[in-house]
Design a protein around this ligand. Structure first.
Ligand SMILES: *Cc1c(COP(=O)(O)O)cnc(C)c1O
Ligand code: SF4
Length: 336
């Protein structure tokens, strides 16, 4: 049997990712229309609670038509509950957001330095801490990288650089090249890790130029995707994952446990199975960061633990994610 290689599947006529990025839906009425819910005026949000609606059309196409409880729709449609003031839910839930937005590099965990490479995202996820930090593209510009790289260069204990954000793959590939050129000259850095949701929400981002950049990097490469539900995967995401693997990346996924989206064992098991079919292993299942406006997504700890216990009984060990939460000041993610 002849099977097309992932490269062969990269059609030269594929739409440019930047155009698709700009073409995202930013209007609630249009989103509801596209999701087959145009008749449901009751679902129209009064406002966006200060965090703009934004979702690429390809992601919308994976929503179930006519289902107001669709797990993809719920991640992006503003809801009145975002105005709820709930105790413990703040605008700086992770505790280091000023640092993230300011100096660009975070070195909290041993061996790993995290660079906030870009504040931009192709999609606005309603549960994200980023909703309170509209940091722009300037993070990666203006010599920030040089300072970050200086920090990494001066500390031989750092063996892994993590590009995070926002979404680091929102940067032009030429920018990424510029960054990693400096990185390659630092002998103690052996691994580059990229935390990104783009291969899932805008798989066209994994284009030839990105693959070429990755493939030639003399570093171990890890890409940590972010998908919360099996339905976020389709053939285009499978292909993006195949291209990333072809470029030498190990693929992992982190999900956030979200009420109404994936807070049942069937959904979580299906997510693990579906991502594995795309060559992706589960890494973390995060308890929600307690950000203001996201309280309606929270799942309590006892239920979270019960869900993971059920997964452990149903799935091979390698398909069970680690349930963690981010606690400000801790030296690692905190297991539940
Ligand atoms: C989450 C995080 C990391 C990565 O942690 P891992 O457990 O290695 O995935 C590194 N640095 C910071 C500041 C983080 O928040
Ligand atoms: S940082 Fe991640 S979770 Fe937050 S809006 Fe961007 S893609 Fe969504």
């Amino acid at each position: 049997m002849i099977t097309a290689s992932p490269t062969a599947r990269l059609s030269p006529a594929a739409a440019d990712w930047r155009e698709l990025w700009r073409d995202a839906i930013t209007n609630a009425a249009e989103l509801l229309q596209a999701a087959g819910l145009g008749h449901r005026a009751d679902l129209l949000p009064v406002d966006d609670a200060g965090f703009a609606l934004r979702v690429p059309r390809g992601f919308v196409a994976r929503m179930r038509q006519g289902d107001p409880a669709d797990p993809l729709l719920l991640q992006v449609l503003p809801r009145a509950a975002e105005h709820d003031q709930v105790e413990g839910f703040t605008t700086d839930a992770v505790g280091d957001l000023p640092a993230k937005a300011g100096q660009g590099v975070l070195h909290k965990y041993s061996g790993r330095a995290l660079l906030v490479a870009s504040g931009s995202c192709a999609i606005n996820c309603r549960y994200c801490f980023r909703r309170h930090f509209p940091y722009g593209d300037e993070i990666a510009a203006a010599g920030q990288w040089r300072k970050a790289l200086d920090h990494v260069r001066q500390d031989p204990t750092i063996t892994e650089l993590i590009l995070s954000g926002g979404d680091p793959l929102s940067l032009a590939t030429a920018k990424l090249e510029e960054l990693t050129q400096g990185l390659q000259e630092i002998p103690h850095v052996v691994r580059l890790r990229i935390h990104t949701r783009l291969p899932v929400v805008l798989p066209e981002r994994v284009d030839r130029a990105l693959m070429d950049w990755m493939a030639q990097l003399p570093l171990q490469k890890v890409v940590v995707l972010h998908a919360n539900h099996a339905n976020e995967f389709d053939a285009s995401v499978d292909e993006a994952c195949a291209r990333l693997r072809e470029a030498g990346a190990t693929l992992l996924n982190q999900a956030v446990l979200l009420r109404g989206v994936n807070d049942n064992a069937d959904a979580l098991a299906a997510l693990s199975e579906r991502m594995f079919a795309a060559g992706v292993l589960p890494y973390y299942l995060h308890q929600l960061d307690r950000v203001r406006g996201a309280a309606h997504f929270e799942v309590d700890d006892s239920r979270a633990l019960a869900l993971v216990e059920e997964l452990r009984q149903r799935l091979p060990g390698y398909l069970v994610p680690k349930l963690v939460r981010e606690v400000a000041g801790e030296a690692s993610k905190t297991p539940l």
